[in-house]
Ligand binder design. Structure first.
Ligand code: RUB
Length: 311
């Protein structure tokens, strides 16, 4: 019973993630890390075994909140592994390991965001037109960096049905003083020739270098290829899902039909996948903290930078 009460903050965070009160892979991972920190701060467990059991329950709850989020999974797994590996037995000390590990993880995440923005912003010359889809905090930070560096450019953004995350992007770009044009998703081909390149975020990268992002991304990649417009993905390397290496497919979250139509006619089948898979052949490059890499090289880069994800 006591364990369940302590898990309430974790359950609340999971609910917030599920209900999209927090959106985007990075933000989701950050609140999940904070929930683990809270659990460690408030734990009443008396020994390492019970503390690890509590952490493991929290992990399961957070993993189930949204299924297409390997950054969240990698973050939580890494923090818990630091506790498992520690020789400490005292719960207070182990909680300290949770705090220091989550601090390190968050600092590295921030550092990656900076590096990605620095590298990606160089591609945005004055006068260029950038096409994006949905709302990715990594993309908008990169665009803000290019703006800060004095480049003037325009953005075209899809509204991103059914939940209109494109409006969040549009508002942020307006606040930055950038010219942004919002279009319906199905106008992507109509406007693609006006764009110099497409930049989108990512929720997951598979072992084959395919990228999973907001539904509609793969259609935009297809359109971009037909229009010969380069298509880039910006992503922290830790959005890589190691399970895809060992045969699992990345699960695609399917959300409630009422996001699409609140009062539909009876017997109507409505499907609402949140993400889709863009094959690596459509991707010019993944802009990550290591530079602009080919999707084909993801395994090699992961082995070099984050070998622990394969363990
Ligand atoms: C958001 C989405 C974003 C990625 C990357 O979907 O698909 O492009 O999560 O975002 P949702 P970030 O609104 O369903 O969470 O770069 O911020 O990690």
């Amino acid at each position: 019973m006591r364990v369940e009460i302590l898990l309430i903050p974790v359950l609340k965070t999971a609910e917030k993630i599920k209900m999209l009160e927090v959106q985007g892979a990075r933000n989701i991972a950050i609140v999940a890390i904070k929930a683990i920190e809270t659990l460690a701060r408030e734990t009443k467990t008396k020994n390492k075994k019970d503390f690890l059991k509590e952490l493991s329950e929290a992990k399961q709850i957070l993993f189930a909140s949204r299924e297409t989020e390997p950054l969240l999974r990698n973050a939580v797994r890494w923090i818990i592994s630091q506790v498992e590996r520690s020789e400490e037995e005292e719960v207070g000390e182990l909680a300290g390991i949770v705090f220091s590990s989550s601090k390190t993880f968050l600092e590295n995440l921030e550092d990656s965001k900076e590096k990605i923005a620095e590298i990606g912003a160089r591609r945005i010359g004055s006068g260029s037109v950038v096409f994006t889809h949905c709302h990715s905090s990594t993309v908008t930070y990169l665009l803000s960096k290019a703006k800060q560096e004095g480049r003037t450019f325009e953005v075209i953004c899809t509204e991103t049905r059914p939940l209109f995350q494109g409006r969040i992007t549009a508002k942020e770009m307006l606040e930055l003083g950038l010219k942004i044009t919002l279009i319906v998703d199905s106008a992507a081909r109509f406007f693609m020739n006006q764009a110099d390149f497409v930049i989108v975020g990512a929720d997951a990268i598979t072992s084959q270098g395919n990228v999973i992002n907001k539904i509609g991304t793969s259609m935009i990649a297809l359109v971009a290829q037909e229009a010969r417009t380069p298509f880039y993905v910006v992503s922290e390397l830790l959005k890589f899902d190691p399970a895809t290496m060992y045969g699992d497919y990345e699960k695609i979250e399917e959300r409630e039909p009422n996001e699409i139509w609140r009062n539909p006619p009876r017997n109507l089948v409505i499907r609402n996948p949140a993400f889709d898979v863009t094959r690596r052949d459509f991707i010019h490059g993944i802009i990550c903290e290591e530079g602009i890499i080919s999707p084909h090289s993801i395994i090699e880069v992961m082995h070099r930078k984050h070998p622990w994800v394969f363990k």
